[in-house]
Design a protein around this ligand. Structure first.
Ligand code: ISJ
Length: 281
């Protein structure tokens, strides 16, 4: 009897599990943990993003710098292979519903097509509607190609341009998602202490806002952790017990802490400030 009841219930349960899984994938990062929107849960999401960033850099480091992939004259259509690829991929991704979440920001937002499937609006309700306009992708694009890439790729050209720019895009998206998640950080800081933030917002005081939202000890811990992750995730693993040779890394762990120190954390804070300045509008 009980077994029959259970059998009848099973398809419904499976359907619910699928629905739950589908809906949670649509929710913003802040809601990923039990629908809680706290500084801790947002920081946990940022910590998870570190893994994606480190792994994406490891993948890109398989190829040398490959300068022709970034030459705007190479294809003859006015775009470098990298830019052509990112524009085309973003257009396709927009059609299937990407760039609807506050942390998913396109590098080339102009003329992106509308999504084909009906989109859900639910993810926007947690943040101020103006948050969609906050973007630092131009700065990310610039530092990634001009300063970061030469730090973790070898000099040279192996002709693998398609794989190279595909890896670049994974890196760019992971870095951009982490930095634009600063919108959630700012929202939670504001809702935790509106009395502290509101006067600085009203007087457009960027320096004061930067002061209020900066936690030096947290930043130090982030730098140490990402360096450690790079050390662990990128080391070459051997099975030779007697191998007393020096551990080899696929990327220099210090480059990852430098990436966070010089660009990721400062730009996350710029996103936080820009978001806060719109918070009372
Ligand atoms: C993201 C936060 O805001 C700031 C930026 C940080 C970062 O980018 O890792 C860390 C601490 C804060 O200075 C935070 O408080 O967690």
């Amino acid at each position: 009897m009980l077994e029959t009841k259970l059998k009848a219930f099973l398809p419904l349960l499976i359907q619910h599990l699928f629905l739950y899984h589908y809906l949670s994938s649509l929710l913003p990062i802040s809601m990923a943990c039990n629908n809680k929107f706290t500084l801790d849960s947002v920081r946990d999401a940022l910590i998870r993003e570190e893994d994606s960033i480190v792994f994406s850099l490891i993948e890109r480091a398989r190829f040398p710098y490959n300068a022709p992939a970034y030459d705007p004259l190479f294809l003859g259509n006015g775009f470098s292979i990298a830019e052509f690829y990112v524009r085309g991929t973003e257009s396709l991704q927009a059609k299937i519903g990407r760039y609807q979440k506050p942390e998913d920001v396109p590098f080339f937002p102009k003329d992106l097509p509308s999504p084909l499937p009906p989109t859900k609006d639910s993810q926007k309700v947690l943040l101020h509607p103006a948050s969609a306009s906050v973007t630092v992708n131009e700065a990310i694009w610039k530092f990634y190609f001009t300063e970061l890439l030469p730090l973790f790729t070898t000099k040279g050209n192996d002709g693998n341009y398609a794989s190279t720019v595909a890896s670049d895009f994974v890196c760019l998206q992971a870095i951009s998602r982490r930095i634009h998640s600063g919108k959630y950080v700012a929202e939670v800081k504001f809702t935790d202490a509106p009395q502290d933030y509101s006067p600085a917002i009203s007087s457009n005081d960027r320096d004061k806002l930067m002061d209020l939202l900066t936690f030096v000890a947290v930043e130090e811990a982030v730098k140490k952790r990402v360096e450690k992750k790079a050390r662990l995730f990128s080391q070459n693993v051997t099975l030779d017990e007697n191998d007393s040779g020096k551990t080899q890394y696929k990327i220099n762990p210090l480059v990852v802490s430098h990436l966070y120190d010089k660009w990721v954390m400062p730009l996350t804070k710029v996103v936080e400030v820009e978001y806060l300045l719109l918070r009372l509008s």
